[in-house]
Write a protein that binds this ligand. Structure first.
Ligand SMILES: [Fe+2]
Length: 388
């Protein structure tokens, strides 16, 4: 996790008796990944976090992949996608492999349960709307343009304040990290990194709920949900400290890099995971050499599937895309600007593009639901002009 953080009341030392005003002990809980070797936090509860009243299978989450594996460039228009109202239960899978999945949901109703993803870290890109991510660690307010990074095991729920909302969810088998090359040997973000610790928004407003009753928690493991009923409100933490917690980072706080001539996509990298990277393409001045070609050159990024989510309707090298479009340029085919876009880019001074890129190192498959959103003409959209 990014930086040490502390909220609420904690004892002077770890693993010592820590009492509530009535003299009872505050149960201590370690939440972290990779057993006791990864990043972790220590939480102090009002009641035992293990107080389970009942468990039952809730829902199978297996996804249907398309059967047609014909290699081609793909374009999916997600704007018309209607989903159910739950930020958790109504996520629609779009593209996925064994390392990472891309899902979309348009939450419109607050859930009456709490959620814990036990099998993956999540990056939730808030493409529209605002609200708060509530968790055992406190609340993180969010708004359009935020990436919410939710490490696995963090119990949470969403509060929705500004509608409509639209989330693009990246679910990762491995842990989500800030790129290692942005950090020094001590973990601090380097001066040359495109964001700093000041840009990371950590939980605030820790509220310890002192309530008993039946509280439903849905836990995702093994591509299925289990319903766990707790005997008390699960957000009963009076204090915690450590490196493991949910946090937010706004795409608008990413400091874009500009060169005299074109810089490659890795300069836009924002996160890394096992088998993928996430990059942010932000408004910025174009390359400043008088002969510079700001649009990218065609490239064959063998060993990588490249996905772009267009958070507005402008992108320097693409035409025919809308807000909410997703393009997939797969391993095995070169891709690049569409006819006319290279010439148009020469002499331009500024781009307003805003896009999230997911590059995966293993091939992605489209879901059954994604097929209904596909623009079949896209694969042949480089035909039609003799010159670039
Ligand atoms: Fe590319």
């Amino acid at each position: 996790m990014p930086i040490y953080h502390q909220l609420g009341r904690i004892p002077r030392k770890r693993h010592v008796a820590f009492r509530q005003p009535d003299g009872s002990l505050c149960p201590e809980e370690l939440v972290g990944n990779k057993g006791f070797s990864g990043p972790s936090s220590l939480l102090y509860h009002l009641r035992l976090p293990t107080a389970v009243k009942s468990v039952r299978p809730f829902r199978d989450l297996s996804w249907d992949a398309e059967s047609d594996r014909t290699l081609r460039h793909r374009h999916f228009r997600t704007t018309p996608l209607e989903t159910g109202p739950s930020a958790i239960l109504d996520r629609v899978p779009l593209l996925f492999n064994a390392d990472v999945a891309l899902e979309m949901v348009r939450p419109d109703k607050e859930d009456d349960f709490f959620y814990r993803n036990g099998q993956g870290d999540e990056i939730v890109f808030v493409t529209e709307g605002a609200g708060a991510l509530e968790s055992s660690f406190g609340a993180v307010a969010f708004r359009s343009g935020d990436y919410l990074v939710i490490p696995r095991g963090v119990l949470h729920r969403y509060r929705l304040t500004t509608r409509p909302l639209r989330f693009l969810v990246i679910e990762s088998r491995g842990d989500v990290r800030m790129p290692k090359r942005y950090r020094n040997d001590h973990g601090q973000l380097l001066e040359g990194a495109p964001y700093s610790e000041r840009d990371l928004r950590r939980p605030e407003e820790l509220q310890a709920h002192d309530e008993v009753g039946d509280f439903r928690v849905l836990v995702k493991t093994g591509n299925r949900l289990t319903e766990v009923v707790m005997a008390h409100h699960p957000f009963d933490v009076v204090g915690w400290d450590g490196y493991y917690y949910p946090w937010a980072f706004s795409i608008h706080d990413f400091e874009p890099r500009v060169g005299r001539t074109h810089l490659p996509p890795p300069v836009h990298q924002t996160f890394e995971g096992d088998g993928f990277v996430v990059c942010s393409f932000c408004p910025r001045p174009y390359d400043f050499d008088k002969d510079a070609v700001p649009a990218p050159y065609s490239h064959s990024n063998i060993m990588s599937d490249e996905v772009l989510y267009y958070a507005n309707a402008e992108f320097m090298s693409r035409k025919g895309i809308d807000y909410g479009s997703i393009t997939l340029h797969p391993d095995g085919l070169p891709h690049g600007p569409q006819p006319g876009r290279t010439e148009e880019s020469i002499g331009a001074t500024w781009t307003r593009e805003l896009a999230v890129m997911l590059d995966t190192f293993r091939p992605l498959r489209a879901s059954r639901q994604a097929l209904a959103l596909e623009d079949p003409a896209y694969a042949l959209s480089w035909i039609g002009a003799p010159k670039a």
